[in-house]
Design a protein around this ligand. Structure first.
Ligand code: HEC
Length: 177
């Protein structure tokens, strides 16, 4: 028993130490380091976007089988949820998530769909020449048309929060004394 726990302790120490020290003392840029390889979600060279079937796209938008974690696009983006004001702009444009996680300054719509496939949906990117990607793109363009920045998510997310909950409580009677 004792030997076992020593072995476990040792392996934990050996296993963890280099990782711990690397993140603590390591590259100062690591905090802003992209978390996914931009290549996996960047249009391949010479890519020619195809026209897509928005009806099929609508089905896929609600299809949890596209992900490995039980989510569909709709889980997050229903009623324009999770979109920020950038969604109102014509593509390509900058999207905070692609910038922060993949270091991409601007993205095309199909690249952003791939970004959501890989990150929030925890799946593989769709084949670039697939009907599915083209269809999702066609449907998302329709969703974009009815999007009004600010309607769902106020520019300053903090302003959406109720004011300090303490302030809403009836004043503390003792405070007056
Ligand atoms: C777990 C939640 C989640 C899921 C599931 C999800 N997304 Fe997203 N999506 C986000 C977040 C968060 C952003 C980033 C918003 C930002 O940074 O501005 C985003 C951004 C986007 C954008 C870019 C909006 C812009 O500003 O241009 C598109 C397009 C998009 N998602 C489409 C999809 C599609 C299509 C699917 C399904 C394949 C999907 N998303 C699945 C959370 C999700």
């Amino acid at each position: 028993m004792k030997t076992l726990s020593i072995v476990l302790l040792l392996s934990a120490a050996i296993g963890n130490f280099p990782i711990g020290s690397a993140s603590a003392a390591g590259n100062p840029c690591a905090a802003g380091k992209p978390e996914i390889d931009a290549k996996t979600i960047t249009r391949p060279q010479g890519y020619k976007p195809m026209a897509g079937d928005a009806k099929l796209g609508e089905k896929l938008w609600h299809d949890t089988k596209l992900s490995t974690n039980g989510l569909s696009c709709n889980s997050c983006h229903q009623d324009h949820g999770a979109f920020q004001s950038s969604f109102a702009k014509p593509y390509p444009h900058q999207v905070a998530m692609a910038r922060d996680k993949a270091g991409m300054k601007r993205v095309h719509l199909d690249e952003m769909i791939q970004a959501c496939m890989v990150m929030p949906m925890a799946a593989k990117p769709l084949p670039w020449d697939s009907r599915e990607l083209a269809a999702l793109k066609a449907y998302t363009l329709g969703v974009q048309k009815t999007f009004k920045p600010g309607a769902k998510a106020p520019a300053n997310p903090c302003s959406a929060k109720p004011a300090n909950p303490c302030a809403a409580k009836p004043a503390n009677p003792c405070a007056k004394k």
